[in-house]
Design a protein around this ligand. Sequence first.
Ligand code: FAD
Length: 463
Amino acid sequence: MRVDQSSQHPSLSIFIRIDSASPADVTMLQSPVLIIGAGTWGASTALHLARRGYTNVTVLDAYQQPSAISAGNDVNKIVSFTDQCKADPPAEDDPNFVNKTFFAALTKGFQHDPVFKPYFHNVGNITSAFSPGGLKHIGRRDRGSGIVELNDTEDFRKAFPSGILTGPLPGWKGYWKKTGAGWVHARNALVSAITEAQRLGVTFIGGDPEGKVVRLLFSSSNGSQDVIGAETADGKQHLASKVILAAGANADQFLDFKKQLRPTAWTLAHIRMSPEEAKAYRNLPVLFNADQGFFMEPDEDKHELKICDEHPGYCNWIVSPDGERRSVPFARHQIPLESAERIRGLLKATMPQLADRPFSFARICWCADTVDRNFLIDYHPDYPSLLLAVGASGRGFAHIPSIGGFIVDRLEGKMNQRIADAVRWRPEQAVDRDWDDTQNRFGGDYKVMDFQKVKGWTNIQES
Ligand SMILES: Cc1cc2nc3c(=O)[nH]c(=O)nc-3n(C[C@H](O)[C@H](O)[C@H](O)COP(=O)(O)OP(=O)(O)OC[C@H]3O[C@@H](n4cnc5c(N)ncnc54)[C@H](O)[C@@H]3O)c2cc1C
């Protein structure tokens, strides 16, 4: 059997392995694989499974695609390539092998994979800060060559077309990476991955009740246990040989992660620009400030400028019957008033001409932080057929072209050992976890915040 890849993406040479597979491989490629979550990582995994020749892949999601609560369902996300934009993996003895390997893979994906390439905007990226901690943090990064230092307000203004950065940018200092960095149209890239996976035969079941997973299905025989599928809210049981849990911030409601995941939310709002303004603000470099927030150019379709305020995140702390606190995600298309104020503060510092515009959209957006902010991609120690693909730790979108390949490598037992060690199941790190750790994030009040203590929310009427 050969799957024809040529109709939509002729430049991509992918060989479906089933042609040359052994009988054991054929069995593996035909066995049912169930993915829970069609967000950033679930969609990427589905695509990579299909490209490797898996013919029986089903993805369940509580929402129709693209999921309204996926962290990846957004107008834009920041992406930065490797230094020198090299897509080759680093040498095995490179001290930063794991991180560089992940970044080489995403660089290759956005440079060459027609499913993702059209959505990357190579406009450059300014990383900045003003607090001593924030400045130290951004200074610590490996900045590579071709980076321009920005030391005062005038330097920042010159990086932008005139008349845009009219604000005072008080105390801002930063670094401008002019190429190999920018933003990706996140929702379009997510939809592109899903569409291509569907074209290659993956089944997506979205919506409540038919796609909403309510529990994992367990088996037990001769003292050994396993996960054999998942049940959806309509009562249907989806059985599979392998189950991949990629439910993002909601993953830890399905099993005990031993405190390895902390669901944490960030906040964003949009303001609408006129078509003329959208044109004038086209191709801006991404402006990220570790102490205050970030924005990039308005999107082409709706001419909306997305602004995120930067802070260590919000949790939603609920005390469970055993006395432990748990952060429980919830969906809301509004943001706390204090966050709205911070967003206006960022605009006043940078583009005061836009600071009083009404918001046209806002949402809270959840991700799951591990203790060390490395990903968690591993088989569950007690359930041999359950693969965990979680812990994107607020930085997982950029990996959409390639993360699914690493997840499938782990599924097949082929992951490079150094990578496997870094992303392993590691509850030992989470014993006595400091839930309030800011995890090297800055901004806001420089503390992790609690939605339970929020006094008021915006009341934005979406148009
Ligand atoms: C405001 C904000 C800005 C960010 N900016 C960046 C950035 O600039 N660059 C970057 O690289 N990363 C960024 N990130 C992080 C990035 O978006 C996430 O790390 C990444 O999208 C996580 O992917 P995921 O697949 O783990 O989760 P998600 O994309 O959230 O997917 C989880 C999926 O699980 C589904 N699901 C949940 N419950 C169930 C259930 N019961 N049954 C079935 N399905 C279910 C959801 O509907 C969803 O589709 C940002 C995150 C936020 C919140």
